[in-house]
Structure formats: C-alpha cells, structure tokens
Design a protein around this ligand. Structure first.
Ligand code: FE2
Ligand code: FE2
Length: 181
C-alpha cells in the first residue's frame, strides 16, 4: 500500500506527537509518587505506544529505499530529519513572535541547536545513501563489533575478533544482519 502526501505527512505528525507523549508520561511516572497516579499514567503511556505502532506501520509499509541493508535505519533517520526541520522552523517562528529579548535569545539558541540536528541527520542520510557509511554489526555471541566496512557484499564472512566465531553478512527484510557461517 502506498500513502498519498497528505496521509504520509499526517501519520508522520501523529508519530511525532505520540513519541513525545511517551516521554512526557515516562517522566511523570518518575515524578509522581502516588501509586494510583503512576498506574494511571502508565496505562495511558501504553495506549500511546499502540498509537506509535499504528503510525509506524503505515509509514514503514510506505517507505521505499534502494539502499541495501539500511531500510529501518533510513526510515527512522528520515523521521528524525523531518522532526528536526519542524522544530527548527517552529522555534524560529516563536523567536519572531516574542517581544521579550530574553525569550528571543533562548529561542535563537534552540533554532541553532535544531539546525545542527538537521545537518547531522541530513549528512548521515547522504553518507548512507552514497554507500559511505560502515556496516558494523554487534556480535550476537559476545557483543563485540564486527566491521564489514562500507558497501560490503552480501555473503561476506568475517570472524569476530573477540569470540572467534564466523559470521556471514545477510540482508533480512532490507536490513543488514549476521548469521553464523
Ligand atoms: Fe533537535
Ligand atoms: Fe564475538
């Protein structure tokens, strides 16, 4: 199934809201010390998590990339890029709308910070799409890193430097993974 632009943008906005809701409620379960309130907030948080799953399913099914092995990574990085662009634009508007110099200055700091985040995600996506980002997988046996380098061939076998087990690089549903060779 593919989404039209309006639905895609709206699911993306829903995901932004529901992700922020989750953090809001995680914080509050730590701040409140009344177990009745903590339980209630926790219940709401679980429900928001369902909303995250629904939004993610729609967006993920619609997400296409030709880049081998980085499907899930790119999906989330694009979500991050979109979010940071919105944050950057929104805080710029808040800065312009304020008549208080201190508030303006704080929003200006946020604008700069979010602009930095936009740059980080944009460059990361560009590097991955250009095949210039290393494929490094956490060893499933010992937790060390197995580095297949940039743009590796599927089927490459490498030995984990620490546990000495051989692992073959495979692509599973668009994502790099390793299996014991
Ligand atoms: Fe940010
Ligand atoms: Fe290992």
């Amino acid at each position: 199934m593919s989404l039209n632009e309006t639905d895609r943008n709206n699911w993306s906005e829903t995901l932004m809201l529901e992700w922020s809701a989750t953090y809001r409620y995680i914080m509050q379960t730590k701040i409140f010390n009344n177990p009745k309130l903590v339980g209630l907030i926790d219940g709401i948080m679980r429900n928001e998590a369902d909303h995250i799953d629904i939004s993610t399913d729609f967006l993920m099914n619609d997400f296409k990339t030709d880049v081998k092995g980085f499907r899930t990574t790119l999906f989330y990085l694009y979500q991050n890029l979109e979010f940071e662009k919105v944050a950057n634009k929104t805080y710029g508007r808040f800065r312009r709308e304020s008549e208080d110099e201190e508030v303006k200055a704080k929003f200006q700091e946020l604008v700069k910070s979010e602009a930095g985040h936009v740059k980080i995600f944009r460059e990361l996506i560009e590097a991955i799409e250009a095949g210039k980002f290393p494929v490094i997988v956490i060893c499933p046996v010992c937790g060390w890193e197995i580095n297949y380098g940039e743009s590796p061939e599927e089927g490459t076998v490498l030995k984990c430097e620490k546990c000495k087990v051989d692992f073959e690089l495979v692509e599973e549903n668009g994502d790099w993974d390793v299996v014991r060779a």
